[in-house]
Design a protein around this ligand. Sequence first.
Ligand code: NAP
Ligand code: ZN
Length: 351
Amino acid sequence: MTASVVLNRPAHGFAALERNAPVVPFDFSRRALRDHDVALDVLFCGICHTDLHMIGPWGQEFPLVPGHEMVGRVTEVGAHVSDFAPGDLVAISVIVDSCGVCHPCQAHDETYCEAGPTSTYDSIDRVDGIRTRGGYSDTYVADERFVHRIPDGLDLAGAAPLLCAGVTSFAPMRHWKVGPGQTVGVVGIGGLGHLGVKFARAMGAHVVAFTTSAPKTQDALSLGAHEVVLSSDAAAMAAQAFRFDFILDTVSATHEINPYLTALHYNGVLCAVGIPDALSPAPYLLASGRRSLASSGAGGTREIREMLEFCAEHGIVADVEVVGKSEINQALERLRNNDVRFRFVIDMSRD
Ligand code: NAP
Ligand code: ZN
């Protein structure tokens, strides 16, 4: 911390005090507003599987306040903010700063900032050196460049997960030009995957959901999938060979990826956005069919805004289970056990 840092905004949140610990109430302070800062009251915050990874092996420093899918209401703005005013409904995604000058930043793909973006939580603020704390909290403060306006008409609890799960599914589909005439697979029908199904359907593709959970079959069809394949069904999996233009793999755990490479037709792309410990692609499956294995990281400000507009146009929000603050640990445990339809969202006004 530098001597000039002023932390004068009391915040009440929930933190894991040590690795793998449950979250507990945690009081801290956020910074005094800088000229380009926006302060908000957090209304809803989604619970992303990344929060589990962070409370677990990935966390850098504890106490750790998770949360990077926020919807809130502006309470105050810095002296030079002209685009936001108190009362506005806004959202915060997974990053809150970047260098601003590298090629990806200039393209507003700040997620890929070559100097490393500042994450919404458990990152070091580039200006004051303070560790960022996330949206399991009553307030947040961010530079206006990373504050997003929520289009009218979107349900606020359902909109919160769009800020990570949504853009992480949407951005690669746009990048690889998913559209009519294509067959698109979505692997893992969780937070990211259920939105992936909705986006692929809305983009006009023929959508096939791959799931390990037989009870999700009807849900996946209701979300917009044309077909559902149980990945434990070897015969059904074998029948997928050479079918797909694009597959979005959202699985959070180590799993067999080669059946999905096999399912790509020639020149097809398998974009694995889930972040398991390891994946073991067979190189010959890439060579035979000139298939590509790719990944993608959430989305920068350009893609987030495009995604929010797309959601408003197509009436897309997440299917959520809203929980109160006293239920966060139970929700984390259920998420760990793959027991959620399809995203938990914390209502910060509810105990
Ligand atoms: P989630 O809600 O838990 O969904 C993951 C889905 O994967 C589950 O619903 C389940 O779907 C499937 N699954 C779980 N365990 C499995 C296993 N052992 N084998 C096969 N399938 C399994 O998680 P999420 O929030 O969507 O996040 C998914 C992953 O994406 C996490 O690793 C997260 O960290 C990562 N992520 C990456 C980015 C990025 O920037 N690239 C951004 C956000 C999140 P079925 O029940 O349908 O099988
Ligand atoms: Zn996330």
